[in-house]
Design a protein around this ligand. Structure first.
Ligand code: ASP
Length: 441
């Protein structure tokens, strides 16, 4: 018998109707041993996520507004309980949460209660044990996950329970205070539980049938991705494709557990498998996905005979390090070196950085451009394959897009191009049309 973990996102658990779909999925598969719920999210009849309302409650904890918002939250939960016809004594839980938020327990505590309360309802509805992640998911004093301790404690706690519900999004620190992950963090809880249970698969149920090869807001009707590797997904997610919380990949990647993105509203769709190595067949397709982001700054320095100079790049990088700026790319020529950083990293620091670079590197000239977008074309299938970059750059040339920067990772997993912000959409569509829709690579 294989072991599966099923994490359900907020839209999958927003109403009693959605709860029923979740229960049908879980009950149909006895291999689903542990279920990780999010807090109730948005639904056609509800415009707010419970988590957002809880943050607002924490903000207004010492004002009448707090009670007002909490009344609304209570209604959401009672609508679910009544809609399920569940006989559950829920009032004491709500009372405690309301009292503690009003006593100023803070935003981590408040936000975590969305998952906590939903977990109590789901456990009762499924007839599963309720497992409180405050007892196993451990954060250090800086609010960072203590991976080793978390793994050991979660493993131990799961052994005692054959079928359980572990609410997502939070844990606790050594002082017993509740700590949450960043937004969307229930994905991380699911991955932690999957690793601790030595699961065969981590099912991540949401409201889309897996990942798409490009952003549907830019490309019309992009193709779905059946298989993607952890590293391809990292590249795509980093460049803006959002499917899973960034950090959710690490715990399962260590253990080689595949993640299967599924749709609660279309459970027969196989969704996307996120795995370590692509099946042989998947290599037939060179490109797995295309993603990009706007908002990068490039600083180009020129100095004649830079090629003979030892330490130029180190001095440039040291300036960035001193200013706590993370570097995205560093294309070089014989006498030129550019650093490309996200605008958000350099905001408010640019004049100082330029001054320091001038002093440290003494370039003959420096040029700054602010409006760069980066587009990553990602796919293991591109490696050792002739003609991909030719097709990609032909597509950009035919679309009249000027390429400002080119970077290819050494593993040939990606080709990244820098274009003007205003060319971003046209460029992305052109690459998709050529490499995916026409398959001309
Ligand atoms: N409920 C939290 C949020 O809205 C965590 C999650 O859903 O994963 O961010």
């Amino acid at each position: 018998m294989s072991i599966k973990i099923a994490k359900f996102g907020g839209s999958s658990l927003a109403t009693a109707e959605q709860f029923k779909k979740v229960a049908a999925i879980v009950k149909a598969d006895p291999n689903i041993r542990y279920v990780v719920p999010s807090a109730p999210g948005k639904a056609p009849e509800f415009s707010k996520k419970v988590t957002d309302m809880l943050y607002a409650c924490a903000d207004a904890y010492n004002t009448p507004k707090c009670d007002e918002i909490f009344d609304e939250i209570e209604e959401r939960y009672y609508a679910i309980i009544n809609g399920l016809g569940l006989n559950l004594d829920f009032a004491p839980h709500l009372e405690t949460v309301r009292k503690n938020i009003k006593a100023g327990y803070g935003e981590h505590y408040a936000a975590s209660r969305g998952e906590y309360l939903n977990g109590i309802i789901l456990a009762a509805y499924l007839g599963f044990d309720f497992i409180d992640p405050a007892d196993c998911i451990a954060f250090d004093e800086n609010g960072v996950l203590d991976e080793a301790l978390t793994h050991a404690q979660t493993k131990a706690i799961l052994v005692a329970s054959e079928y359980g519900v572990v609410p997502g999004f939070y844990g606790s620190n050594a002082k017993g205070e509740i700590r949450t992950f960043s937004r969307g963090g229930s994905d991380i809880t699911g991955a932690i539980v999957a690793r601790a249970a030595a699961a065969d698969v981590y099912e991540n149920w949401t409201d889309v049938s897996g990942c798409l090869m490009a952003d549907p807001r830019i490309v019309d009707d992009p193709k779905p991705i059946s298989y993607v590797t952890y590293s391809e997904l990292r590249e795509l997610a980093y460049m803006g494709a959002s499917v899973l919380h960034d950090e959710a990949i690490f715990p399962v990647r260590i253990a080689g557990i595949p993640i299967n993105i599924r749709n609660t509203n279309d459970p027969s769709h196989p969704g996307t498998m996120i795995i370590k190595n692509l099946p042989a067949k998947a290599y037939e397709r060179p490109v797995t996905g295309i993603a990009g982001r706007k908002g990068f700054t490039s600083i180009q320095m020129e100095r004649s005979k830079m090629n003979n100079e030892v330490g130029f790049a180190r001095r440039a990088l040291q300036v960035l390090e001193e200013e706590n700026i993370s570097l995205e790319h560093m294309p070089t020529g014989i006498d030129t070196l550019s650093v490309i950083v996200a605008n958000s990293q350099i905001e408010g620091k640019l004049p100082r950085v330029l001054k320091k670079l001038q002093l440290a590197c003494q370039p003959d000239s420096m040029e700054v451009s602010h409006d760069m977008a980066l587009i990553a074309t990602v796919g293991h299938g591109m490696s050792r394959r002739v003609g991909i970059s030719a097709a990609l750059f032909t597509a950009l040339a035919n679309a009249g897009v000027n390429v400002r920067m080119i970077d290819q990772g050494s593993s040939e997993l990606n080709i990244i191009v820098g274009v003007a912000n205003e060319d971003f959409e046209v460029a992305l569509r052109a690459i998709y049309a050529k490499l995916v829709a026409e398959g001309q690579a």
